[in-house]
Design a protein around this ligand. Structure first.
Ligand code: CO
Length: 466
């Protein structure tokens, strides 16, 4: 069975992030944990990505407490999280001391595998997170953000994988966030990676464009070690292909997953009730299951298309949709072909909308300027020098690792929260989402502060509110 295909199930993270705005609650997860823990997955993705923000912003949950509860409920399964390199779970670069503390606490609270990626595939933005994952005993899964462009060919990805391996990666993930990796390309890429890199290869795709199952299967034929799937109630469409379908497909073949379809069906039955609840609440819109053929045609991720539509609606210029779709590849080329993933998808998208509505490069967003100035890291291709000059004039372009320009930050956050909380986890929540965390701490204090026992929390809360 050495050759079996391993499965990571994303039901507790990407599945509901992709289909249901990351709104699954801990109370919806816990009843399934004992069953999930007995399946025999390679790992369960259950934390990171947007779950951290969503916990505090929408669900009134402490993300760290969620992680500890999941760890306790699933002692036998590797727990996995998604981390945006130097951006951690936020949207900007943090100082290295914040990265170290965050990675350390994630592992201490229960994470085994950290999947680390960078929107631009700049290894320097992954360096610190990878180093600290290793230092604190985690499994370091370094991810390639897959995209399609004239500079993103197979050689590029294979070289990147070799670099990440040299940097200490334990496994390599092909992260195909927009389901742009077509089945035969997956076969060919995995084949080459298996020849060049002697560590496990893990494939993450979605089913947005309807090719997800085929992509997983072709990657499996090429020797991929692990694939991401989601239990069927929250599988397919913008989420991952279904676990049960993959397990059934491989049954009796040399890549048999060894997972028990009966057990999977039992857990799936439970998650169907959760999915139905999310549907009843209007959070899960069945539209997410439609095959997105525009993405196949324009190679623009599905999430980005819906953002463009809503931006155009706001500007009452919905008739310009196809003009914007044509503008996107042009802006992307001028900006040096960044993969279109958070935050670059928003940056390229907004700039394209502005170009169409106000004239090409008449104005630049702050983020476009930052990207062209090198604040996000090295762009994969050549930047159009003329466009860059229009955006930032003669400003110096950053060529060092962007985080080298950030001084240690943790102590300042600690001081800001003095008297409110001295929990290192809270300080990290605050570092990532200051406003959201502040509000969350207030609500939490209200809910838990015993009326008679004034341990200082209440007085200090006043100061905090001020
Ligand atoms: Co994903």
């Amino acid at each position: 069975m050495a050759n079996k295909l391993y499965i990571t199930d994303t039901i507790l993270r990407d599945a509901h992030q992709s289909q249901a705005a990351t709104r699954m609650r801990l109370e919806d997860m816990l009843p399934a944990c004992e069953m999930l823990d007995k399946i025999g997955y390679w790992s369960l993705e259950c934390w990171g990505g947007a779950t951290f923000d969503s916990c505090m912003r929408f669900l009134g949950e402490d993300p760290w407490a969620r992680l500890r509860a999941l760890r306790k409920a699933m002692p036998n399964t590797r727990l996995q999280m998604l981390l945006r390199g130097q951006n951690l779970l936020g949207y900007k670069h943090y100082a290295d001391d914040v990265v170290e503390a965050f990675v350390k606490k994630s592992i201490e609270n229960g994470i085994d595998v950290i999947r680390i990626f960078d929107a631009l595939n700049d290894p320097r933005n992954m360096e610190a997170a990878m180093k600290y994952t290793k230092k604190y005993g985690g499994t370091c899964e370094a991810a390639i953000s897959y995209t399609v462009s004239p500079v993103h060919n197979e050689d590029y990805f294979v070289n990147l994988a070799c670099t990440l391996k040299e940097m200490g990666a334990d496994t390599i993930c092909i992260k195909d966030m927009a389901n742009l990796l077509l089945p035969y390309d997956a076969y060919s890429l995995v084949k080459r990676l298996k020849e060049k890199v002697d560590i496990p290869i893990h494939l993450h795709t979605h089913n947005t464009t309807g090719t997800g199952d085929m992509t997983n299967l072709m990657a499996c034929s090429a020797g991929v070690d692990i694939v991401d799937c989601a239990l069927s109630p929250l599988a397919n469409g913008t989420s991952q292909p279904s676990t049960e379908a993959m397990v059934a497909t491989l049954r009796g073949t040399e890549r048999d997953t060894g997972l028990d379809l009966v057990k999977l069906t039992e857990v799936a039955a439970y998650f169907r009730t959760v999915a139905n609840k999310l549907k009843a609440d209007g959070i899960l819109d069945p539209k997410v299951l439609n095959v997105d053929s525009n993405t196949l045609l324009y190679q623009v991720p599905g999430g980005m298309l819906s953002n463009l539509i809503s931006q155009l609606k706001q500007a009452k210029a919905e008739d310009k949709y196809y003009d914007v779709l044509e503008e996107v590849p042009r802006v992307r080329a001028d900006f040096g072909y960044p993969p279109l993933v958070t935050p670059t998808s928003q940056i390229v998208g907004s700039q394209s909308v502005m170009n169409v509505l106000m004239g090409r490069y008449k104005t630049f967003t702050k983020e476009s300027k930052g990207l062209l100035r090198g604040e996000y890291g090295k762009l994969p291709g050549e930047v159009n020098a003329e466009v860059r000059k229009m955006a930032i004039g003669d400003d110096e372009v950053i060529t060092c690792r962007p985080a080298d320009l950030i001084k240690p930050e943790l102590e300042a956050y600690r001081q800001e929260l003095k008297g409110i909380t001295d929990s290192e986890e809270d300080i990290l929540s605050y570092a990532l989402f200051p406003q959201v965390a502040k509000k969350f701490f207030e609500e939490r204090n209200k809910a838990s502060a015993p009326a008679a026992d004034n341990n200082g929390v209440r007085e200090l809360k006043v100061e905090f509110l001020g």
